[in-house]
Ligand binder design. Structure first.
Ligand SMILES: Cc1ncc(COP(=O)(O)O)c(C=O)c1O
Length: 385
């Protein structure tokens, strides 16, 4: 039965539903099996779980529908999905990337792919001229995080896709901070969307997962073959956890975003806070552009303390917000990018970008906004004097 075009809320709440041919169970079962019987020697749809698994299929079909992609290949972590994306390239190819990408993306290029002959240039992808200048004849990929991590910089997806295509390169967007419920890069011309599904998609800080979604079916087949060859696929139970989490994605984001909007306004007025980075604030330099390409500002906020070197006092004083890396889950988490998520970047690069010791990144969770604001306020008060 074909359904009318559905809203994202309806798609997420039905991810994996109706996938069980044996008993019609509503929730897709966990097919905890490595292999499948083939009576008579005929290979069926399922053969070996590294290649395909029915629980993973339920999630990948749902994610592809949500994103508007040709399919979705699921990996054991966001990094495994990013590695698969880079594996689509060959020796001598060049990548242009957002200069404050997630530290792990930076690290895998420098520590791993550089040794296999991939080259790369980090630029401010907000600036089309800087991207055009960085593109070389051998550039095959432009890789963008928008909003970026941790500075929430906004890059123009449609214009970057056009620019990349003019040079026979492809555009990939790390959509981890937004998800397809807020931003659909493939509709704006991107060729790939990559996820740490560990974050908002799964949403509960309890499972590592990644996804790579392509615009074209041929590319998706290549990615699927790569996943099967390299083996970093998502396990059935982990696929089930992501599937269970994703059903509430739309409502979680609504609430987390409403909380974040209030918290960002509170921080922007606070005397101990020098600067707030949040695309939902009118003073954010990417505010207007973000509104054109996304339907909400998300729930990630970064802010700079005036008492630059007292970040540890501030973090230790928090009672409700947990000091931990990661983001996008039900619990609010605070991270110190300078020493944690972005420590891989050379110090001079961090400082030049604005990833300073006083910068904190807050992933706003589902607690009551008043409680979160009270907690932040009492910890900021400790910095007085
Ligand atoms: C924007 C972004 N992309 C990718 C990753 C890597 O994902 P994972 O930790 O699931 O490997 C992260 C992790 O924090 C991230 O924040």
């Amino acid at each position: 039965m074909s359904l009318p075009k559905l809203h994202q809320e309806s798609i997420v709440s039905h991810v994996g539903v109706g996938q069980d041919p044996a008993y019609g169970s509503v929730s897709t079962p966990i097919y905890q099996t490595v292999t499948y019987q083939h009576p008579g020697g005929e290979l069926g749809r399922y053969d070996y779980t590294r290649t395909e698994n029915p629980t993973r299929t339920g999630l990948s079909e749902g994610l592809a529908a949500l994103e508007g992609g040709a399919g979705a290949t699921l990996f054991s972590s966001g990094m495994a999905a990013i590695v698969a994306l880079f594996h689509l390239l060959k020796q001598g190819d060049h990548i242009v990337l957002t200069n404050d990408v997630y530290g792990g993306t930076y690290r895998v290029l420098v520590d791993v792919f550089q040794h296999f002959g991939l080259t790369y240039t980090f630029v401010d992808t907000r600036n089309l001229e800087a991207v055009a200048d960085a593109i070389r004849p051998e550039t095959r990929l432009v890789f963008v995080e928008t909003p970026s991590n941790p500075l929430l910089m906004i890059s123009p997806i449609r214009a970057l896709a056009e620019l990349a295509h003019q040079h026979r390169a492809r555009l990939a967007v790390d959509n981890t901070f937004m998800t397809a419920v807020r931003q659909r890069p493939l509709e704006l011309g991107a060729d790939y969307v990559v996820y740490s599904a560990t974050k908002y998609l799964a949403g509960h800080n309890d499972v590592l997962a990644g996804a790579l979604i392509a615009q074209s079916a041929d590319e998706q087949d290549r990615i699927h073959a790569l996943a099967n060859s390299t083996g970093g696929v998502l396990a059935p139970f982990d696929a089930w956890l992501v599937m269970r989490g994703i059903k509430t994605l739309a409502v979680r984001l609504d609430r987390q975003e409403a909380n974040a909007q209030r918290i960002a306004a509170f921080l922007a007025e606070h005397p101990q806070v020098a600067r707030v980075f949040y695309p939902g604030l009118a003073q954010h330099p990417g505010h207007a552009l973000h509104r054109q390409q996304a339907s909400g500002p998300g729930a990630m906020i970064s802010f700079q303390l005036r008492a630059e070197h007292r970040y540890a006092d501030f973090m230790n004083a928090l009672r409700l917000v947990l000091p931990a890396v990661s983001l996008g889950g039900t619990e609010s988490l605070i991270t110190h990018p300078f020493s944690e998520t972005h420590r891989e970047l050379p110090e001079e690069v961090r400082l030049a970008l604005g990833i300073r010791p006083g910068l904190l990144r807050l992933s706003v969770g589902l607690e009551h906004a008043d409680d979160l604001i009270d907690d932040l306020a009492q910890a900021l008060d400790r910095l007085k004097g």
